[in-house]
Structures are given as structure tokens and as C-alpha cells.
Design a protein around this ligand. Structure first.
Ligand code: ATP
Ligand code: MG
Length: 562
């Protein structure tokens, strides 16, 4: 198994930084940033970027800013800002006092735009959005110049200030950089810098009716903050010349270097914010924190740990080529972390009543058992044992095959941490024929000890004391999508897995779980890892299955339990 990375990782981005440090490019400074747009909750792909940017800052004793890239008022909100702050902190990172908002730069960005107009590098264009698109050309054809391209500086300044003053309707004019309509790179064909958008902004209210475009705001925000390495995903590769163009024109000095890496794609889920918003809005899931969502908040609710997510991000590394990472790698990291840290507990999902006929009726034994088989520091707990128990329905078969090491007519099995019991008889529902109760006998000499006569009992099953057990709800989750790469499908919702949530409402958990609290995680022996959900009420725990014990999707893994 891969161990968590303790040494510093290496990759092409860190190679670039090492080179820059060697040549003293930024006087030895390393400054990165994580720039989410607060128009949704962050997901595991963002977590990759968070780990990369903050991880580099830690490694090089540099800084990493958290910057809300909030230049498009549509869909942005304080709720999302707060969620991002909470999630990045939860992932284990700290930005000290360097929380910034691109919207705080609106006034300066406006001045930068005016500067471009003054130097003849920007003009107000009054073509319609459709006409602008037509003039842009294509990969094979150069663009055509706008008839407004040669407006005078005075006219541009006048129109731009009137755009700001709110004299024009949305789409009537835009401000464009005057670069090169024949450029082979379409991004450089007089890109739009500002557009009119009469939309209130969650921070600046109605102060502005014009908003800067991402390509303009992002690079200048980086430069204003003294960012040295501006790490983004591959789709911005073609925008890099524009990034450099704006910064060179407007902010002299050492320029932040844009470096692109491959975004994370994860199998059986989608990692586009637009699609996640659709899943939430159309109620395909129950919210951003639905435990099936690839969001950080969903994963937290599900019971994933920040350590597991960080370890996953370290293991996938950063590369230049797009690829699809198998979600089972993430689950493996989660399992590995929980195996080391989650206390063990017993819980029966599909209860079958068992009466131990030869056990005294009012006797209750408190069996002290370890919370973790390898970690004595995790302490012990007392497990009550009494005459009536619950075991799993599928731990009994009326007519079991030879290799079935659980209960059946004539068979014995060990109860975890307790006694060996032997099957005596069963009670069936008269109508359905279903087995509803077992009668067994126990061997008093086998409490945590092998049978005295040396006979072998192979199977061990979990159980709870019926009188002491706490009724619990358990929610089982499966892949959100039925196909590996739903992100590549236009009609991706068609591939949603309608059986991704199964609610078991009549489970029984061992008595110690009656006082569990949301967020606490356990290994339910033989079943997997579970996390108490915020829906937990006093005495009525609700658990989410985080991951099964084994990867049930890996075909070679065989049966669920032995
Ligand atoms: P969308 O998912 O709709 O493309 P977005 O990912 O661009 O939206 P932002 O809030 O702008 O959303 O992203 C913030 C940062 O996270 C950006 O630097 C972006 O490059 C990075 N990022 C976003 N998605 C991923 C991903 N899947 N893998 C790695 N980094 C990502
Ligand atoms: Mg973006």
C-alpha cells in the first residue's frame, strides 16, 4: 500500500519554482493563491488545487492567498463565500490575514481600463454580442476588425464613463482590448474587458453596472497581490498570452507566471460547478452537502477526513495531461485513514432476533472490549451481553453451503468479543415462511476463550444485545452515476444511479452509540466505516456509510463478508 507522502513531492510546477528560486526571479519569494468564484461549494477538484497552492506555499515557506474571484455578480453569494472559507480551513489550510476579494479591486481595475484607453490599447465597441461573435472568425479564419475599433481616445473615455454611469442597456457597448484580430490565438482577437450587466453584486450592491471579465480581472488581481506563480487548469493555456499582455501593459516589474496543470476528473461523478449546481437545483440530490456529492461539504458529511483527501491529492500528483482518476483510489485513501483511527463498534443492519435458551433470564454481563485491535491508546468500552440478541439476517442460512462459516442448523459460530453459540431451532413467520427468530445455546466456557474440548469454531459474527441496543437509521451510498465518465456526456443526468441511496431504518447499534455525535466515525465490524450524520437526534443515531470495508467494485475482491 502507498504510504502518505512525508517527504516533499516533486512535479513540473515545483521544478519551475526551483528554477525561479535559483535565478532569484522574485527575490526568493513564493506566493500562490487559491481563487474560487463564490458561485457554488468547492469540490474535490478544487481540493486538488487547494492542496497544490497551499502545499507549495508551506513547502517553500511562502504564502498562499485565498481570493474570492467574484467579478461576475450572477450566482455569487455570501453563503458560498462562507462555505469556501469553512471548507478550505477544514482541509487544513490557513491564509492568515490574506483573504482577498477581487471585487475589492473594482475601482483599481476600472482605472487600469481607463489607462488602456488612454494608451490606445482599448476601445468601446458597439457591435451586438452576435456581431462580435461573427467578427471573431474561427480557428481557420482570421477575425474582422470592429468598425468601432478606431474611435478616438476622447470618445472612448466618454463612452466608458457613461457605461459606468449606467446610461446604457446591457449589451449596448463593451470595452475591448485592441490587440490583433488576425492573431492565430482567438483569445487575442480584441477580447472583451468590461461588459454592462445590471445585476446587483453581493458585496458591492448596485455600485457597479459594468463588470470586468475574468481574463482582465484575474491576472491583474494576481499582480496586485504580488503573486509569483499563478497556478490554474489547462483550459486557460490559450489565455496565457493575454494574461501576460495585460500585466505587461499595466503593472511593470516581475510578473506572476501562469502555470497550467491538468484538472482532476474523477470516475462516476461530475466535477463541473455548473453541473453540480444543476444537481442541487433540480433535486437530483438533497443539497450541496448530500453525502453522494463530490463537494467538500458532502464528503465531510459522508465522513471522509481531511487527512484522507490531502493524501489522495498527494498521491494523484499534478501533471500536464488530462486523465480520469478512479474514485476507488479516493476511497482507498479514506479507508486507510479510518482503519488507523476509527474506533470499532457493533451494529446490526438487518436484524434477526436470537434467544440464548440456556442463558439466565436477567443476567447482563458487561464485556470489556478494545476500541481498536492495534491501538490500545484508543481504550476500551463495555459491551452488554444478555439472553436476547440481534444478529444479521444473512448470518444465518437454513440450508448453508459447506464453506459458510456462520450459523445454520447443527452449526456453531463465535459472537464477536463474546461466546460461542450453537443453533437449536428456528421460528418462522406462518404466512411468509421467513425466519423471524433463532433459538441457540451458548457455551459458558468460551467467553473470549477457545472451546475447552479443542473443537474448532471458524466463523465470527457481530451482534448486539436486544435489550440494550439503540435503534438506528443507516444510510448506504453507492456511486452517484452508473457510468464511469458522466462528465463527458451531454445528457449526463440520464446516467444518474437511481439506487445510489438506500435507507435502512430498523438497524440496531450497540448501546455505546446512543451518545454518538454528528461527525464521529466508526468501523462497524464486518460492515465498513460509518459516520454519525447531523440528522442524529438524542438516542436516535443516524449513520452514513462512508465506505464498505472492501472495495466491492473491484471484481477480484470476492464476497462481502466471510
Ligand atoms: P467549473 O467547475 O464550472 O469549471 P471552476 O472550477 O472554474 O468552475 P473556480 O471557482 O473558478 O471554479 O475554481 C477555482 C480554482 O479551482 C481555479 O484555480 C480552478 O482552476 C481550480 N479548479 C477547479 N476545478 C478543478 C479541478 N477539477 N481540478 C483541479 N483544479 C480545479
Ligand atoms: Mg473558474
Amino acid at each position: 500500500m502507498t504510504q502518505p507522502t512525508t517527504s516533499n513531492p516533486t512535479d513540473f510546477i515545483r521544478d519551475i519554482i526551483d528554477d525561479d528560486l535559483r535565478t532569484n526571479k522574485h527575490e526568493g519569494r513564493v506566493a500562490t493563491r487559491f481563487p474560487p468564484e463564490p458561485n457554488g461549494y468547492i469540490h474535490i477538484g478544487h481540493a486538488k488545487s487547494v492542496c497544490l497552492n497551499f502545499g507549495i506555499a508551506q513547502q517553500y515557506q511562502g504564502t498562499c492567498n485565498l481570493r474570492m474571484d467574484d467579478t461576475d455578480p450572477l450566482g455569487e453569494s455570501m453563503e458560498f463565500v462562507e462555505s469556501i472559507i469553512h471548507d478550505v480551513r477544514w482541509l487544513g489550510f490557513d491564509w492568515a490575514d490574506r483573504l482577498f476579494y477581487a471585487s475589492d479591486y473594482f475601482e483599481r481595475l476600472y482605472s487600469f481600463a481607463v489607462e488602456l484607453i488612454r494608451s490606445g490599447d482599448a476601445y468601446v465597441c458597439s457591435l451586438t454580442p452576435d456581431e462580435i461573435r461573427e467578427h471573431r472568425g474561427s480557428f481557420t479564419e482570421p477575425g474582422r476588425e470592429s468598425p468601432y475599433r478606431n474611435r478616438s481616445v476622447e470618445e472612448n473615455l466618454d463612452l466608458f464613463s457613461r457605461m459606468r454611469a449606467g446610461e446604457f442597456a446591457d449589451g449596448a457597448h463593451v470595452l475591448r482590448a485592441k490587440i490583433d484580430m488576425a492573431s492565430a490565438n482567438i483569445v487575442m482577437r480584441d477580447p472583451i474587458i468590461y461588459r454592462i450587466k445590471r445585476e446587483p453584486h453581493y458585496r458591492t450592491g448596485t455600485d457597479w453596472v459594468i463588470y470586468p471579465m475574468y481574463d482582465f480581472a484575474h491576472c491583474l488581481s494576481d499582480a496586485l497581490e504580488g503573486i509569483t506563480h499563478s497556478i490554474c487548469t489547462l483550459e486557460f493555456e490559450n489565455n496565457r498570452p493575454l494574461y501576460d499582455w495585460f500585466v505587461e501593459k499595466l503593472i511593470p516589474g516581475p510578473r506572476p507566471k501562469q502555470i497550467e496543470f491538468a484538472r482532476l476528473n474523477l470516475s462516476y461523478t461530475v466535477l463541473s460547478k455548473r453541473r453540480l449546481i444543476e444537481l442541487v437545483k433540480n433535486h437530483f440530490v438533497q443539497g450541496w452537502d448530500d453525502p453522494r456529492m463530490p463537494t467538500v461539504t458532502g464528503m465531510r458529511r459522508r465522513g471522509y477526513t481531511p487527512e484522507a483527501i490531502r493524501n489522495f491529492c498527494a498521491q494523484i500528483g499534478v501533471a500536464k495531461n488530462d486523465n480520469l482518476i478512479d474514485i476507488s483510489l479516493l476511497e482507498h485513501c479514506v479507508r486507510e485513514d479510518l482503519n488507523a483511527h476509527a474506533p470499532r463498534a457493533l451494529c446490526v443492519l438487518h436484524p434477526l432476533r436470537v434467544v440464548i435458551d440456556n442463558y439466565p433470564e436477567d443476567l447482563v454481563e458487561e464485556i470489556e472490549c478494545p476500541n481498536h485491535p492495534q491501538d490500545p491508546d484508543m481504550g476500551t468500552r463495555k459491551l452488554p451481553f444478555s439472553r436476547e440478541l440481534y444478529i444479521e439476517q444473512d448470518d444465518f442460512l437454513e440450508d448453508p453451503p459447506k464453506k459458510y462459516h456462520r450459523l445454520g442448523p447443527g452449526r456453531e459460530v463465535r459472537l464477536r468479543n463474546a461466546y460461542v453459540i450453537r443453533y437449536e431451532s428456528m421460528v418462522k413467520d406462518e404466512k411468509t415462511g421467513q425466519v423471524i427468530e433463532l433459538h441457540c445455546s451458548y457455551d459458558p466456557g468460551t467467553r473470549n476463550a477457545p472451546p475447552a474440548d479443542g473443537r474448532k469454531v471458524q466463523g465470527v459474527i457481530h451482534w448486539v444485545s436486544a435489550r440494550h441496543a439503540v435503534p438506528a437509521e443507516v444510510r448506504l451510498y453507492d456511486r452517484l452515476f452508473r457510468i464511469e465518465d458522466p462528465g463527458s456526456e451531454e445528457d449526463y443526468t440520464k446516467h444518474l444511479n437511481r439506487e445510489s441511496l438506500e435507507i435502512l431504518s430498523s438497524c440496531y447499534a450497540e448501546s455505546s452509540l446512543g451518545t454518538t455525535e454528528p461527525g464521529l466515525k466508526y468501523q462497524f465490524e464486518r460492515l465498513g466505516y460509518f459516520c454519525a450524520d447531523p440528522d442524529t437526534a438524542p438516542g436516535k443515531p443516524v449513520f452514513n456509510r462512508i465506505v464498505p470495508l472492501r472495495d466491492s467494485w473491484a471484481k477480484a475482491a470476492g464476497g462481502r463478508k466471510g
